[in-house]
Design a protein around this ligand. Sequence first.
Ligand SMILES: [Zn+2]
Ligand SMILES: [Zn+2]
Length: 368
Amino acid sequence: MFVYTKTFSSAQVGQIQKEVRCERCDCEYTYQMIRRGSGRSTSVYGLGEKTAKQQAQNVAGVKLAKLLQRQHDPVACPDCGWIQSYMVEDLRRRAHRWIMKLAWVLAAILVVCAILGYVGAATSWANHGVDKEAWLQIGGLGLLAIFVAVAGNVVRVVLSSFINPNRNYPHRPAPIPGAPIGIKQGGAAPPFASVMAPIHPASRHVGPPPLVSPSNALSHEQVNPLIESGGWVTVQLAKAQYPLHCCSCLTGTTTLKQFNCAQLSRIAIPMCKACDKQRIANQTFTIISGLVWGGCLPYLLCLFVQWMSNPVVWTPLGAGIGLVTALCMRGRANPVKFSCFNSDLNTIRLRFRNPAYLQMLIDHGKLV
Ligand SMILES: [Zn+2]
Ligand SMILES: [Zn+2]
């Protein structure tokens, strides 16, 4: 039976000021924690669409309130650098969740195999009912499913227990990607805006910093700790501020380009009109070349390969495959790539095609 359903998604981003008293030095500090609550609701046969929409919003609001109340960000004490124990616990709870998800998917596949095995054995014409051997195999699959689910959880807990940002205390911990910065009570609160003022021309130098390290310093010590491997950087979508310079050619610009970075989440990054035109031209070129090459290659093959004698079939098929491949690849023309959107924390990882803009963002912008 065909059931017509429509699913509504909603997301709400909110912030809360968290007050902290350091367990080590008794200093009091605050930080702004941002969370994102998302909700879904489904209407059947178009009935109650308005209610479903409202319900999705309500679910998102309730989830957001819970996250803001219960969670903590790993924010180091501004005085001594200690990250509070409950913050570390929260960090561990959120870490390596993919292992649990993978374990549950594997367990579900095993359960489906067990059910299919039972149905297959029960309906088989060769024997009447499920025999002992079949029961043993079905039971074995069920036990394996339970083992996989439990093992996934154990592995996640063990791996998470190694996370200890206070390992080098009293030395300050390395910055945790996406985590906000603590402000000692009485300090000025950071502004809440999405775009920063342009950098003064005098400070526009974005080349490598002058070498001030001692000559025996190791090269890896000069790498900015905020830059993750592969040139990625984590930003808080609600607070990141980008220098008003084109992220591609670095000239000053006030034009913002919106990119869809995840479901219901967009990001506006400065990009000059000339670079945007170039981006659109590159994307169009990729799509047209995918279509033409995808169509031409099978057409030419049809002339030489005997079993591919019918170009009427192969040419559109090749053009279709070429078009789909080109559509998948057109994102390469974008000056920024996205990965690891965290739906709860509202953070995302960015990688700029021009690494000089990343340095500019770290030096003159705001990540969290
Ligand atoms: Zn402290
Ligand atoms: Zn540009």
